[in-house]
Write a protein that binds this ligand. Structure first.
Ligand SMILES: Cc1ncc(COP(=O)(O)O)c(C=O)c1O
Length: 464
């Protein structure tokens, strides 16, 4: 697939192409400029429209072999699409699914699309840091016992902060109940490619795995991989579910970059992951030398994750983040007590060490009164589900002032982003606590995403 992209764009580069098919830019860069450079349609670019599926099947088969899967698809619509595809593949409308409430909003909307009813699991919260740990196996077993009609278990693992749960235990619990374990590992496409990293979900016994190739791997933005084992999940149904919401015009550049990332992992994954593990270990050690700074560490934490804890420095994470942005080093997430940069296999030790020093300087500039960390609302939300997500999504709704919204049922999904965990979701009771917590995030400089009214003056509720 990568070779096909190189061939097509090479021919485009020397003016050897005069296509009478889309894309409409026809490889001309004199109309809208270089913004379309490298764009190649998968169908009709990387190969003819009639033959490109052979190329796709070949590349996806190579990825399936690398991850030990029976089925694989490349997505140009992120883990968002992968999550929703798996939701569409796992059960029938009205069935329950056992699922963690700290899920990404894409998966909650997957429940809307598929008509599944959530049986929520909540993570244990680490008292020291206020951050979520993995979900306990016992919690999954209890949920499956209480809901024998459940069609599957769907977990986000590792969590957004890199904590991991016992996936082999979860897989055993799910299989004991005769249902598949599906894992959203959006951030962790590199797992399993070094002996010091946790096994990836399929190797741990899961039945399906979604991961963003554009997050942990050096693929084009939007590139994602969905992998599955046949048995409890059926490949034809997986294909139907995947194709239901995937574009019919995937970008060849995104698809080929996933193939390139797969090839890189196969050839040099262990070396690159080893370098990343060492770089992150050095950064954690250096940060811990700074008074008041701590990092998430230990056996339950993925070794390439760098989660910086600021509370005891008194520095405010969002102020520190502003300095990092000004220095050209934006991070993935920052809230009052936490900074989460995303080092990847593209970062060498020097680059991460340079970032670490800039981060330390920013923390020093903004030191303040030490405080106790508080758990962000994204990790502690425990909703009261009044209507199933799908029922609420399609119900008649009305807009009411915030005060009047308390005690009503939410029609909308509202998530501080990042991390994109819904604090309110369709069908959930709007509590005064949730409204206050969302307002606190906004007042603290956080982004309130997906709300009809991001100022949180009004809310969309189910009409009476
Ligand atoms: C846990 C989780 N799952 C899925 C996604 C969606 O990934 P993508 O941006 O590739 O669609 C995200 C994005 O941040 C995420 O955090």
């Amino acid at each position: 697939m990568l070779a096909a992209w190189l061939d097509f764009t090479g021919r485009g580069g020397v003016g050897d192409l005069a296509p009478m098919c889309v894309p409409g830019h026809k490889q001309r860069q004199d109309l809208v400029g270089t913004v379309i450079a490298g764009d190649a349609p998968f169908y009709g670019g990387l190969d003819t429209i009639k033959h490109a599926d052979n190329l796709r099947v070949d590349a996806e088969r190579r990825a399936a072999a690398l991850w030990g899967a029976d089925w694989c698809r490349f997505s140009v619509a992120g883990s968002t699409h992968g999550n929703q595809a798996l939701a569409l593949a796992v059960g029938q409308p009205g069935q329950h699914v056992v699922i963690n409430r700290t899920l990404h909003r894409s998966l909650l909307l997957g429940l809307v699309l598929a008509g599944l009813r959530p049986v929520w699991l909540t993570p244990e919260i680490d008292a020291e840091s206020g951050l979520p740990r993995g979900v306990a196996v016992q919690a999954v077993q209890d949920a499956l016992t209480a809901h024998p009609d459940a069609c599957g278990v769907f977990l986000g693992d590792p969590t957004y902060v890199g904590t991991v749960s016992d996936l082999a235990g979860h897989a055993a619990a799910a299989h004991e109940a005769g249902v598949p374990l599906l894992v959203d590992a959006a951030w962790s496409a590199h797992l399993g490619f070094h002996p010091e990293l946790p096994a990836h979900a399929l190797a741990a016994g899961a039945d399906a795995l979604v991961t963003s190739a554009h997050k942990a791997l050096p693929a084009y933005t939007q590139g994602a991989i969905v992998l599955a084992k046949a048995g409890l999940l059926e490949p034809p149904r997986l294909d139907r579910a995947f194709d239901a919401t995937h574009t019919t015009s995937p970008a060849g550049s995104i698809m080929a970059s996933i193939d390139a990332a797969r090839a890189l992992l196969a050839a040099d994954g262990e070396w690159l992951c080893g370098r990343l593990i060492r770089s992150v270990a050095a950064a954690r050690k250096r940060l811990r030398e700074v008074p008041g700074v701590d990092v998430l560490d230990g056996p339950g934490v993925e070794p390439t994750k760098l989660v910086v804890l600021l509370a005891a420095t008194g520095a405010h994470g969002i102020t520190v983040e502003a300095d990092l942005i000004a220095a050209g080093m934006p991070v993935e997430m920052a809230d009052r007590d936490t900074i989460i940069p995303i080092p990847t296999i593209a970062d060498d030790q020097e680059r991460l060490a340079a970032f670490t020093e800039v981060l330390i300087a920013a923390i020093e500039r903004h030191r303040g009164e030490p405080r106790r960390p508080s758990a962000a609302v994204s990790w502690t939300v425990e909703p009261e589900q009044v209507l199933a997500p799908r029922e609420a999504f399609f119900a008649r709704n009305e807009t009411v002032p915030a005060d009047a919204a308390v005690g009503r049922v939410s029609a909308e999904l509202i998530a501080p982003y990042p991390p994109g965990v819904p604090v309110l979701a369709p069908g959930e009771l709007i509590t005064a606590t949730a409204v206050a917590a969302l307002r606190e995030v906004a007042a603290d400089g956080g982004r309130i995403a997906y709300a009809a009214d991001p100022s949180l003056q009004t809310f969309q509720v189910i009409a009476r």
